[in-house]
Design a protein around this ligand. Structure first.
Ligand code: ATP
Ligand code: MG
Length: 384
């Protein structure tokens, strides 16, 4: 009996005329996620089937595919010949050992000598005879044995549905630059936008040696987590040390974060234009901290002239964000206790509702252009 993984896909079928394009990107993304693992993926009547893999790789394959956006659910099952004995042995192998069950059969091969209800009844009867701990309940079963009799003389037999990432295939909705800190929020923001099909690049600002190498490693680890959903990821890293020192030296300290945010946005826009990103994405959430007021966002937004700034978490509570962070497996990394550059030279009383004319007056004390050029010259790029 050959183990197979059955892949059902999500929203792609909605895409009318573009369907072929969406499916090509989707198939390529699945192939990328299984790179290095022997397998074959074949398209079969509205689903995909992974076959010809080593028995020991099945869990790895499920884990990887469950993170590919566009995959709605997976089942691990068996492919056998359309023969009642073979189908029965497969059914027995995928069956739970206790509880109430039913058998559901779908018969694409209308020439098969038994009708769907007859197949279900015979297989169900044999399972009952072989295991006294099972009983049939067609209304409220604990599990369902599914049998798919296909037109090519084979049958698929499976039990569980594993819920996956859903969403749209990454790469079908343009490209965006995520401002990735080491916190909880920005990885979640990136995950949400990637889920809608946008390919994400990441930009991280550090302030080494004020921030340490563990803080950098944390961001790399978060980028690697995002990479699994994003089919690979580019992480750009820029130092804002000099910018922070100059703000600290020359400006009213209460404006540190407000001014730094404007530098970050300008650097992000410059990098986005260079790399072909069409928007900037941040993990800001309205009112979460002092700098995330509408006045703060107005101040940082106003330096970006050529592209939208997406803030997918704007209307989320912190506990909703934490829940998402956990479900994408980022939370344990995000809560490692290393300082972000935003906490360097942090004033006791930051300006909460900055007036744009005051911000401009503080910024006028700096050589903005030179600071931007110097910071941009520190750019490092890594791929994960
Ligand atoms: P996060 O949990 O994402 O760190 P936060 O609640 O700590 O967010 P802030 O520190 O105010 O909030 O940052 C708001 C957003 O600004 C972040 O979500 C991120 O998109 C961006 N940002 C902050 N610090 C950095 C950084 N060092 N590098 C890149 N982007 C950053
Ligand atoms: Mg942060």
């Amino acid at each position: 009996m050959e183990h197979v993984v059955i892949i059902r896909y999500a929203e792609i079928h909605l895409k009318g005329k573009n369907r072929g394009y969406f499916e090509r990107v989707f198939a390529a993304n699945m192939e990328k996620s299984l790179k290095g693992i022997r397998h074959e993926i074949r398209r079969r009547s509205g689903r995909y089937l992974v076959e010809n893999f080593a028995e020991g790789d099945v869990n790895k394959i499920v884990k990887k595919l469950s993170k590919v956006f566009g995959v709605h659910s997976l089942s691990v099952g068996y492919k056998v010949n359309s023969d009642m004995d073979e189908i029965y042995h497969a059914a027995e192998a995928v069956s739970d050992k206790f509880g109430a069950f039913k058998v559901e059969t779908h018969r694409a091969d209308k020439t098969f000598y038994l009708k769907s209800p007859e197949i279900s009844a015979q297989i169900g009867g044999r399972l009952l005879d072989s295991n006294k701990n099972l009983r049939v309940d067609v209304h409220e079963p604990d599990f369902v044995i599914n049998i798919d009799v296909r037109e090519d003389g084979t049958a698929l037999v499976f039990n569980k549905f594993i819920k996956c990432a859903d969403g749209m295939p990454v790469g079908t909705a343009g490209r965006g630059l995520l401002l990735l800190s080491g916190g909880i929020d920005s990885p979640v923001a990136g995950h949400m936008i990637a889920k809608r099909g946008m390919k994400i690049d990441c930009l991280h600002f550090h302030s080494y040696p004020y921030t340490n190498m563990q803080a950098r490693q944390k961001v790399i680890d978060l980028a690697k987590i995002l990479s699994e959903y994003n089919c690979g990821i580019k992480l750009s890293i820029i130092s804002v040390k000099e910018i922070q020192e100059e703000i600290h030296k020359n400006c009213n300290g209460a404006y540190m974060v407000t001014l730094l945010r404007r530098f970050m946005m300008r650097l992000a826009e410059r990098l986005a234009k260079k790399d072909g990103d069409q928007c900037i994405i941040t993990g800001e959430s309205l009112g979460q901290v002092a700098s995330q007021t509408i006045e703060g966002m107005t101040s940082s937004n106003s330096v970006v002239g050529s592209m939208p700034v997406l803030r997918p978490l704007c209307g989320f509570d912190k506990n909703e964000i934490i829940e998402r962070s956990r479900s994408m497996d980022a939370y344990d990394v995000s809560i490692r206790p290393y300082e972000d550059c935003c906490t360097v030279f942090l004033p006791d009383y930051p300006i909460i509702k900055p007036k744009i004319e005051d911000v401009l007056a503080e910024e006028a004390k700096l050589d903005v252009r030179t600071l931007l050029d110097n910071a941009f010259a520190t750019l490092e790029v890594e791929e994960y």
